[in-house]
Design a protein around this ligand. Structure first.
Ligand SMILES: [Cu+2]
Length: 462
């Protein structure tokens, strides 16, 4: 099985220079080299006067002592997993230097949900070579949109993320004079570290102080491979943002389960009640509740309806996206074959890349034809969800970088091709990605000097 995955993983990307079986690469080589002039690693951000924020992240093997007494041989950033929460302000120029101390296979960092220039996307074999022990790589990008994001290695990602190479990235909005000082916030990053489920590195859950009447923005991040459902007990709440993008006029919710797909983020707005605590818990992480405030324990009620964004919040007036006519339409059927997870019945390099040119309005129909939940993640772009199962979204516009799809569902997505590069599209159940559910969105005329394969050692979705 391992050798099968290896063979599949090494053929997955845009350019497969060291593949022995050359006939497999014809389609993609052709699509890239014909008229191809711009190497993706030359696409960087221009100099600007934006405030600079610098960080160092060192990847290393570390024995972590968990708060349940268990020791775990983890791979960490700055000796922690999750790595340090990076907090920046909208508009900042972020400069992060990655050092690899001793991760033998090499590491990279991908900035999940942030629309970075292609050279900074952190994809081994597409935008850079994996950073080997003793080496370093500096990432530079502008934190354009405030919101909740995360970062993780995209070298052998299904292995390296589960070994601990991940962390939260929070982009705070620029402070305005009317900013709400009565709001506080907390991050809850859930991860699967080998066999242990953790929230912010703890095996015991999370306690957040809160005074009666205080508004708390709770940033939930699911960095694991499975969908998590969260239930809020003790107070009504609102879904403020999904994948970092604020919803328009979100309504108050009660007894509603929030499904968060792998890779997705939900920001909940919760007001601390007078009566006691608020507890947020997930059936898939019963030992990791989040408790806000103090006082009496809220009543646990069974069930509750599942949150749906199809009719949540309010539309924006004169929505420009709804007036656009798509230039290109792609259909992607997520499913499985006997030994692979597939898109349109194919896996890895067999899946033809979606080819676009800058300025295209692109419509993508995504359907889940089986094989479990498929959280559909696109690099370098944010897409708009137009419809679900044939029903046009009635409420707030929904912009995502990761779309949770369940078996039998069909979605229509819109994206503007406004970030030239070579971009991965893959299931963020990283095990599924490593079994074939990974393809490319390529802009005409963009090439890469990097190579995926065992010779280069770049294996982004193994
Ligand atoms: Cu999947």
């Amino acid at each position: 099985m391992a050798s099968h995955q290896m063979a599949a993983g090494m053929t997955s990307m845009a350019n497969m220079g060291d593949m022995k079986d050359m006939e497999h690469m014809e389609g993609m080589e052709h699509s890239l080299s014909k008229g191809g002039k711009v190497p993706c690693d030359s696409i960087t951000i221009p100099e600007s006067s934006a405030p600079i924020r610098k960080f160092d992240l060192t990847a290393a093997r570390t024995t972590l002592k968990l708060d349940n007494g268990k020791n775990i041989e983890a791979w960490t950033f700055n000796d922690m997993s999750p790595g340090p929460e990076l907090r920046v302000t909208e508009g900042d120029r972020i400069v992060i230097t990655l050092y690899n101390k001793d991760i033998e296979d090499g590491v990279t960092i991908h900035w999940h949900g942030i629309t970075v220039p292609c050279s900074q996307d952190g994809i081994a074999g597409v935008t850079q070579d994996a950073v080997h022990p003793g080496e370093q790589f500096t990432y530079t990008f502008i934190a354009t949109n405030p919101g909740t994001y995360w970062y993780h290695s995209h070298q052998m990602s299904s292995i390296q993320v589960s070994k601990g190479l991940l962390g939260a990235l929070i982009v705070e909005p620029k402070k305005s004079s009317k900013s709400d000082t009565s709001m506080s916030e907390a991050t809850a990053l859930y991860q699967q570290l080998d066999s242990s489920m953790l929230v912010n590195g703890s095996t015991r859950g999370l306690t957040i102080p809160g005074k009666t009447g205080e508004l708390i923005r709770l940033r939930l991040i699911n960095s694991g491979n499975e969908t998590m459902e969260f239930i809020v007990y003790g107070a009504p709440f609102r879904v403020m943002a999904m994948d970092g993008h604020d919803l328009h006029e979100p309504g108050l919710l009660k007894e509603t389960m929030i499904p968060i797909g792998a890779g997705q983020r939900y920001d909940l707005l919760i007001q601390v009640p007078g009566s006691g605590k608020v507890v947020i818990s997930s059936p898939s992480a019963v030992d990791l509740p989040i408790t806000i405030g103090s006082g009496s324990q809220p009543q646990h009620k069974e069930g509750g309806q599942l949150f749906s964004y199809v009719d949540y919040g309010n539309p924006v007036p004169d929505d420009p996206v709804l007036q656009l006519k798509p230039d290109r339409h792609f259909e992607l059927k997520l499913g499985q074959t006997l030994f692979t997870k597939s898109i349109n019945g194919k896996s890895f390099h067999e899946i033809p890349p979606m080819i676009v040119k800058e300025g295209d309005h692109v419509l993508i129909t995504v359907s889940n034809e089986g094989g479990g939940d498929h959280p559909f993640h696109l690099h370098g772009h944010v897409f708009r969800v137009l419809s679900k199962n044939g029903s046009t979204l009635q409420g707030s516009p929904v912009y995502l970088d990761t779309l949770l799809t369940k078996e039998g569902e069909t979605y229509e997505l819109y994206l503007e091709a406004d970030n030239p590069g070579l971009w991965m599209i893959h299931c963020h159940n990283l095990k599924h990605a490593s079994m074939g559910m990974s393809m490319m969105l390529n802009y005409e005329g963009i090439t890469t000097p990097y190579r995926v394969g065992t010779k280069s050692g770049n294996l982004p979705d193994l």
